[in-house]
Write a protein that binds this ligand. Structure first.
Ligand code: ARG
Length: 466
């Protein structure tokens, strides 16, 4: 598809104009480079409109048939790359209508009855955004599946759990993966919510006030699988909060993706060494032969900047815009399209990385055992076995930890005498809670990290995500 830069006077609205637009006017006004992406929605919307016009007796059945087959032919031309878009025709809508005129003649000029580009573009963009919500949801679902599968195979794999990025308590890698499954599920829910709210049809609102023609808005809404027509024509042509909502869902989801991306960057570093990415998802350095860089993770971490910027971009376009349509609204698409592309690409790259990722269980386990990660288990034991109030148990444990540090030992390497030097009532039984295996196995509260609990949750998710 090429864009031809010619400038005949505008045949679509130029009736009252003696001359064509200045080159610079055409350049700022034309949107076809961006909105030609709406060609599918535009032909679908026009077919629905034509069918309705004919069923309402506003155009003949023969005209409607000619329009529909012309639009089908145009869709084929665009899909095959044969269609020539022209900037002089401003946007995708007028490009398609002009071509329809070439193909079928006079009936093409009847298509725009009881319609304006204002309701037309609002309809097209809603249709596009609805698909975008669906596709974003699918991309997230693929990622959730990959994470749930990893969780299921690593329900027993012990890793350090962090707070402040300091070793906190041992957890399982499966548990960590499932945290993201939950997060991405809420993201998916946000796209679903956005879809539900946007699913009303602007078509038939015309320029802003509705139309005197006896149109059937319920019919076009149904034809395009909308729940119902938008109930206010001014709102229908001038609202873009549906796109803002999609972008806000994408921004939040991208921020969550960036957290996982950041963790992957840390995990693959030699300093952590927790996981290894496949060759397919690693890159080399042109100077340092030893490097395996997590470029995809870094780029996903960065993408939230562009996606969030698209949200802010559209928010600022909308701020203070009086009702109803203004050409500002044409600038709703470029950043939205780009943000959506960035988002689904990020999801796909993350899914690929997770699927291929190899976990170094020995390294994770070793790291989990460092940093006195079972100190909380020791404090809990003092509470349970000796009925010491938790605050006091916490204090005593702190003393035991510093004794271990002094001796350069892990908690489970201290002798019973060492323990008793701090609290004389401690018995041998204390050693039963000091291992990382005992620690994770004990965390059986609902939603906790115990392997059995993780296995249950992973199974539930794999079922749910089928
Ligand atoms: N390309 C325009 C857009 O995306 C179509 C609507 C034009 N309407 C108008 N009144 N000039 O907003």
């Amino acid at each position: 598809m090429t864009v031809k830069r010619d400038r005949p006077e505008n045949k679509m609205w130029g009736g009252r104009f003696a001359g064509g637009p200045a080159q610079i006017m055409e350049e700022i006004n034309a949107s076809v480079d961006v909105d030609r992406r709406l060609w599918r929605e535009d032909t679908e919307g026009s077919k629905a409109h034509a069918a309705m016009l004919s069923s309402a007796g506003i155009i003949t059945a023969a005209d409607a048939v000619a329009i529909a087959s012309g639009l089908d032919k145009i869709a084929d031309e665009i899909e095959s790359g044969a269609f020539v878009f022209s900037t002089a025709l401003e946007d995708v809508h007028m490009n398609i209508e002009a071509r329809l005129k070439q193909l079928i003649g006079e009936p093409a000029a009847r298509l725009h009855t009881a319609r304006s580009r204002n309701d037309q573009v609002a309809t097209d963009f809603r249709l596009w955004t609805r698909r975008a919500c669906d596709q974003a949801g699918e991309a997230l679902k693929d990622l959730q599946r990959a994470l749930a599968a990893k969780a299921s195979s690593h329900a027993d794999t012990i890793m350090p759990g962090f707070t402040h990025l300091q070793t906190a308590q041992p957890i399982t890698f499966g548990h960590h993966c499932l945290a993201y499954v939950e997060m991405f599920d809420r993201d998916r829910g946000r796209f679903e919510d956005a879809r539900t709210r946007l699913n009303e049809c602007p078509l038939g609102a015309a320029a802003l006030a509705g139309t005197a023609f006896p149109i059937d808005r319920v019919m076009t809404a149904k034809e395009l699988s909308f729940e119902r027509p938008c109930a206010n024509s001014l709102d229908a042509v001038s609202s873009r909060d549906f796109a803002l909502e999609m972008l806000s869902a994408a921004t939040i989801a991208a921020s969550q993706l960036s957290r996982l991306a950041e963790e992957i960057v840390l995990w693959v570093s030699p300093q952590f060494g927790f996981v290894r990415l496949s060759d397919a998802f690693s890159t080399g350095s042109s100077i340092m032969p030893q490097k395996r860089n997590p470029d995809a993770a870094e780029l996903i971490r960065a993408k939230v900047g562009r996606i969030g910027a698209a949200f802010v971009n559209l928010l600022f376009v909308m701020k203070g815009l009086p009702l109803a349509y203004a050409k500002d609204l044409q600038d709703d698409k470029a950043a939205t399209f780009a943000a959506f592309d960035d988002f689904v690409l990020s999801c796909a790259a993350m899914t690929g990385m997770i699927k291929d990722m190899e976990v170094d269980e020995a390294v994770m386990r070793e790291a989990a055992a460092r940093g006195h990660s079972t100190a909380t288990d020791l404090a809990d034991w003092l509470v349970r076995a000796l009925n010491i109030p938790f605050r006091d148990a916490h204090h005593l444990t702190g003393k035991i930890v510093s004794l271990a540090d002094e001796k350069g030992l892990r908690l489970d390497a201290l002798s019973l005498d060492d323990f008793c030097s701090i609290e004389s009532r401690i018995t041998d039984d204390v050693f039963s809670v000091l291992s990382i295996d005992a620690s994770v196995a004990s965390r059986t509260s609902y939603g906790g990290t115990a392997p059995d609990e993780v296995r249950k949750q992973a199974k539930r998710w794999l079922e749910e995500l089928k």
